[in-house]
Design a protein around this ligand. Structure first.
Ligand code: ADP
Ligand code: MG
Length: 240
């Protein structure tokens, strides 16, 4: 990863557009996106279904190639980036999805351990870190359980442990509470918030869940492929 000066944003997006499809079937889904996210910030993105939130998240996470404009993440320009650069960036990003995406054939601990595979650690070290991280999400007594024997909230906590165990600088979460009841959803985001503050990482979290907006430092809104003016949380609270 190339060095970057300290004042540079973790995410810096200018005039980003995105199209799906080719030729006459081509459809633009992101329009002139501009967004800066600073180190340590927790930013929540809301907006209707189909407005482009997942597309934007997958571009920022380098899971999809950026096409036009400028998208800098952790100092790496992703528009025009090659495969090696894209893969390298992914090592520094933690992902949490709506469906937990745990591997069924692996225990909770093995699922967490797996995300350390790309990092040069001994097996013993990886196991120790996975165990410590499961303890941090309150699941030390479930480390040998398989996903099918865990509740929805527990699975999502394993997913959080998996995303954070490598101490990524940036965590991207796409509707992480969507499949959870109110209390589990609340627990899961408070856990993310606490761990992020402890590790000093930056979070961008997409959600429809109005009950968790208060964990954000800042809320941004997507609508029809456009990012609405950044609303400060204070203003949102005043308006509510
Ligand atoms: P959101 O996450 O806000 O629901 P998405 O980013 O998933 O929105 O989708 C934005 C738009 O792009 C939608 O119109 C959707 O149908 C379209 N879209 C999403 N993924 C693809 C894809 N892989 N191929 C073609 N169109 C897509
Ligand atoms: Mg989505």
């Amino acid at each position: 990863m190339q060095s970057r000066n300290q004042s540079e944003s973790v995410v810096s997006i200018q005039a980003l557009n995105h199209h799906y499809g080719q030729g006459r079937l081509q459809k633009q889904v992101l329009f002139d996106i501009n967004l800066e996210i600073q180190a340590g910030e927790i930013v929540i993105m809301t907006g209707p279904s189909g407005s482009g939130k997942t597309t934007l998240l997958s571009l920022i996470g380098s899971l999809r190639s950026a096409q036009s404009g400028s998208l800098r993440v952790l100092g790496q320009e992703l528009c025009g980036a090659n495969k090696t650069q894209m893969v390298e960036l992914r090592r520094n990003v933690g992902y949490i999805f709506q469906a937990h995406n745990l591997l069924k054939s692996l225990t909770a601990k093995q699922n967490v351990q797996m995300s350390l595979e790309l990092h040069d650690l001994s097996v013993d070290e990886a196991i120790a870190r996975a165990e410590a991280m499961l303890a941090a999400v309150g699941l030390d007594d479930r480390s040998t359980y398989y996903p099918e024997n865990l509740s929805g909230g527990q699975k999502q906590r394993v997913a959080i442990a998996r995303a954070l165990v490598s101490h990524p600088k940036l965590v991207l979460a796409d509707e992480p509470t969507a499949a959870l009841d109110k209390q589990s959803g609340r627990d899961v985001v408070e856990l993310m918030q606490r761990l992020a503050k402890e590790q000093g990482c930056t979070i961008l979290l997409v959600t429809h869940d109005n009950r968790i907006l208060d964990i954000a430092d800042r809320i941004v809104q997507m609508e029809d492929g456009y990012l609405a003016t950044n609303a400060q949380l204070a203003q949102t609270n005043t308006a509510a």
